[in-house]
Design a protein around this ligand. Sequence first.
Ligand SMILES: CC(C)(COP(=O)(O)OP(=O)(O)OC[C@H]1O[C@@H](n2cnc3c(N)ncnc32)[C@H](O)[C@@H]1OP(=O)(O)O)[C@@H](O)C(=O)NCCC(=O)NCCS
Length: 216
Amino acid sequence: MTVTARGKTPTTAPRRAAKTSASAKAAPSAKAGKEAKSATARTAPAAPAVPRVRSVRAGDLPAVIALDATVTGLHKADYWQRVYRRYGVAGQGLRHFLVAVRGDARDAEVCGFVIGEVRDWEFGSPPCGWVFAIDVDPHCRLGGVGTALLAGMRERFRRVGVDRLRTMLARDNTLLLSFFRSQGMTAGRLIPLEIDISDEAPAPAASSATAAQELR
Ligand SMILES: CC(C)(COP(=O)(O)OP(=O)(O)OC[C@H]1O[C@@H](n2cnc3c(N)ncnc32)[C@H](O)[C@@H]1OP(=O)(O)O)[C@@H](O)C(=O)NCCC(=O)NCCS
């Protein structure tokens, strides 16, 4: 369960730069921004400040796959079908795959997702909720979408009696670190350990018959 810095999206983008580029897209100047804002207010209802967070549906998958591909550069349709089957439709209150959507029901757009699961007694820990993936459309960031997604996950974990939320992230992913810190998360009592085992020779006795026996 690892939340890692991945792919093309600059996960370490300084906050000021992110804010500037987001607002630059929306309004080339303060004056133009004000005019655009008042024109919008006159002609169309403003988009809701906070998106709706709900469980993923099959129809959301293309948007989720596209969003993941924007961030990672990889189009992993099979992988997302598997995640959907495991977390989307068979969650039974313990596994959650949530999306944030903007707009009304007919033309709602997915602008982010979060995936998490309650795990029992692993690492000697009482049941706790793990968040292992979160992604917000780069065009929707810094608008509270990530906060709303995490709040949705917290609420679902609390509903099944879980009182602790955990995640893991790459130590150089300062964007995710800033986000999770802003949500009140701090370093926990567990520490991850790892070792590279790629150059270890397979044990001589290992044969397919032994492996099959071990699996029984
Ligand atoms: C981290 C992420 C989920 C945040 O989503 P978001 O919708 O922009 O988050 P919010 O608008 O709710 O921001 C909440 C707080 O997070 C912090 N934060 C968010 N973006 C930040 C940034 N670029 N720099 C510094 N702090 C930031 C701020 O404290 C912010 O609160 P504030 O706006 O009141 O200051 C989003 O940037 C993202 O998806 N990043 C890529 C994550 C990733 O690598 N996923 C792949 C592995 S699973």
